[in-house]
Design a protein around this ligand. Structure first.
Ligand code: AP5
Length: 223
């Protein structure tokens, strides 16, 4: 696959901390795909104080799932923007069987298709450590980790040179435990849903970030 090939639409499926956001950014850079992160869109709605944001705020802080109606509506709006023609990486969506059914319908209605679903396989135990060490550049959003991914020059973002960094409010051990519970109860059943569709590819997401990225490229047919 290259940026000039027919657009590829891919779902990254995995629990909190699996590396969905990290790999989505790499795929954007490599293949010119557009990242559609429902977590980022919801955090944007919370920051903007929209009705959807007001309804989502407390749920997100508690580590639960925001209602399907709200999430499907923001995805619908995002898919109406022209840049999605380059191909979309769905990061954190769908997260329930109802959302998966809604996505099937949205894609059909908009003349789009789903090509690959990548299931990122990880150990729950490692996810708390990954998430509690995570921080991002406040200017460009590049993701880092206290141990696994530090900027080349301490305190300076590799991507944009920014010097301000931030941590997410829901990145604490208690909320992460709730997010993992929600994943196993509501999202893990999507593995069977997409396995039945023949589009599922599983990768070992416990490996080093660069090796995971290579597995992603292989799964997209560009190894
Ligand atoms: P969201 O923002 O989607 O969070 P999440 O799914 O919990 O996923 P994370 O962003 O925590 O993890 P990630 O997999 O992207 O990992 P990352 O690459 O950052 O959702 C937040 C909330 O919004 C939800 O709890 C819910 O309330 C709501 N929401 C969102 N979507 C929704 C939906 N569809 N329906 C309902 N509610 C919804 O990596 C983590 C860290 O590990 C980083 O520091 C990174 O550097 C490091 N790392 C990454 N890969 C590796 C590796 N291979 N080895 C070592 N370290 C690594």
């Amino acid at each position: 696959m290259s940026a000039t090939d027919t657009a590829t639409n891919v779902i990254l499926l995995g629990p909190p901390g699996a590396g969905k956001g990290t790999q989505a950014r790499i795929l954007m850079d490599k293949f010119g795909l557009v990242q559609l992160s429902t977590g980022d869109l919801l955090r944007g709605a919370v920051a903007a104080g929209t009705d959807a944001g007001k309804a989502a705020k407390a749920v997100m802080e508690a580590g639960g799932l925001v209602s399907d109606d709200i999430v499907i509506a923001i995805v619908n709006d995002r898919l109406d923007e022209p840049d999605v023609a380059s191909g979309v990486i769905f990061d954190g969506f769908p997260r329930t069987v109802a959302q998966a059914g809604a996505l099937d319908k949205l894609l059909t209605d908009k003349g789009m298709s789903l090509d690959v679903v990548i299931s990122m396989e990880v150990d729950d135990a490692a996810m708390v450590e990954r998430i509690s060490g995570r921080y991002t550049c406040a200017k460009c959003g590049e993701g880092y980790h206290d141990t696994h991914k530090k900027p080349a020059k301490e305190g300076v973002c590799d991507s944009c040179g920014g010097t301000e960094f931030k941590r997410r409010a829901d990145d604490n051990a208690e909320t992460v435990a709730e997010r993992l519970k929600a994943y196993h109860a509501e999202t893990a059943p999507l593995i069977a849903y997409y396995s039945d569709s023949g589009k599922l590819k599983a990768i070992d997401a416990m490996a080093d970030i660069n090796l995971v990225s290579q597995s992603m490229a292989d799964a997209l047919g560009n190894g």
